[in-house]
Design a protein around this ligand. Structure first.
Ligand code: NI
Length: 207
């Protein structure tokens, strides 16, 4: 398994007008699999397209898309990967997306309808022999985190939105944040080489 960060996530916010968090997009290759984690939204679609072009790939070459959770800043762009199987925790089916709003609800429903092949996760799986799936329902009930054994970057931790940024992580390490998600992140960080944050630059962990 080789892992590459395609787009580093961040957050755009103009109070009252623009709310545009955008998630980190990770690309992985394993044997004949071409995998994206959290393909993001329209905020980053040009950056994603550029990265795919650099690799000589089109959107139809992507075989698998893994979602940490079903929020649109992570999942809107799943619609472009028509040949991919979408991996998402089974709890995504328990939400009534139409209640999310007239426009936002429709965006969720359109995204869901675009999924041709879905593999439901429960946590505890090992995908492609290298990706550990951990159910971490503290940000959303369908939220999962991933730990990936890679050839090029060692063991990589993708906590998802239970730890958005480096600052969140440092606060967890220093004990300023209590609770299960904080304990989980600090614990898992001890066994990895790199943490990839959803809305910040990655962090090399000194073990
Ligand atoms: Ni989220």
């Amino acid at each position: 398994m080789r892992l590459e960060i395609f787009v580093v996530g961040g957050n755009l916010n103009v109070p009252g007008v623009v709310v545009a968090p955008y998630s980190t997009i990770v690309y992985m290759e394993h044997e004949d699999k071409k995998i994206l984690v959290d393909p993001g939204s329209f905020v980053t679609h040009q950056a994603l397209e550029k990265k795919l072009m650099e690799k000589g790939l089109t959107r139809l070459d992507i075989t698998d898309v893994l979602l940490t959770h079903f929020h649109l800043d992570h999942a809107y762009s799943t619609r472009y990967f028509e040949n991919a199987t979408i991996y998402v925790h089974e709890n995504y089916e328990k939400k009534d997306y139409e209640k999310f709003g007239d426009i936002v609800g429709k965006e969720y429903m359109d995204t869901l309808k675009s999924w041709k092949s879905v593999k439901k996760l429960r946590g505890g799986e090992k995908l492609f022999e290298k990706i550990e799936v951990l159910h971490t329902p503290w940000h959303a009930r369908e939220h999962v985190s991933f730990i990936v054994e890679t050839e090029n970057l060692g063991k990589v931790f993708l906590p998802g939105d239970i730890c958005f940024t480096k600052l969140d992580y440092y606060e967890m390490v220093k004990g300023y944040r209590e609770g299960a998600s904080s304990e989980f992140c600090v614990d898992k960080a001890q066994e990895v080489d790199l943490i990839v944050f959803t809305h910040d630059e990655p962090l090399v962990v000194k073990r």
